[in-house]
Design a protein around this ligand. Structure first.
Ligand code: NI
Length: 177
């Protein structure tokens, strides 16, 4: 049975470090970590999670977007673990949109991100894939890879006035729609 992991917050040093590359894909601990992360992100109503957020300083992210309480308009995709993800190209065109983070509780901010990117990553079964992502999924990937480099979405914001509480955000998004 997968277990719900403890989420570290931005004050914890593990979220301020550069995570190291995963070298052993056959590590059973890696495989149970992936299962636990996919379980945890869903239990916490997140759409993505990076290993440092659960205290493990390695280059592993999960993208698990689906509509939930915190992200009612999120697109639904099958949860995917990406090992040693690397952005090899990104569009100059950017989009501003709201982001939240399980490590920055009850906070939302408007963050500029590349609209489209090309990602190279390894799957848990050891395949190296190059794939293009755009929109909200590309946003999640950029946010999670930032965690691997010790960067939180708040540092990516251009205007700190766009930092609001989750409650304010829900009111704002109700009027925007
Ligand atoms: Ni985050």
């Amino acid at each position: 049975m997968p277990k719900k992991l403890t989420i570290y917050t931005f004050n914890d040093t593990v979220l301020q470090e550069k995570a190291s590359k995963v070298t052993d894909l056959n590590d059973t601990e890696l495989n149970s970590l992936i299962e636990d992360m996919i379980y945890t992100v869903s239990e916490k109503n997140g759409v993505g999670l990076a290993a440092p957020q659960v205290g493990s300083s390695i280059r592993l992210i999960v993208v698990a977007s689906k509509p939930n309480k915190r992200y009612p308009n999120a697109p639904e995709i099958a949860p995917e673990a990406m090992i040693n993800p690397e952005i090899i190209a990104s569009s100059t065109e950017q989009e501003f949109d709201w982001e939240g983070c399980l490590s920055v509780p009850n906070t939302r901010g408007k963050v500029p991100r590349a609209k489209k990117l090309k990602l190279r990553y390894t799957t848990p079964s050891g395949q190296t894939i190059t794939k293009t992502f755009e929109g909200f999924i590309a946003r999640i990937i950029q946010h999670e890879i930032d965690h691997l480099d010790g960067i939180s979405f708040v540092e990516r914001m251009e205007d700190k006035d766009d930092l609001v509480t989750e409650k304010e955000y829900l009111t704002l998004s109700a009027t925007e729609n």
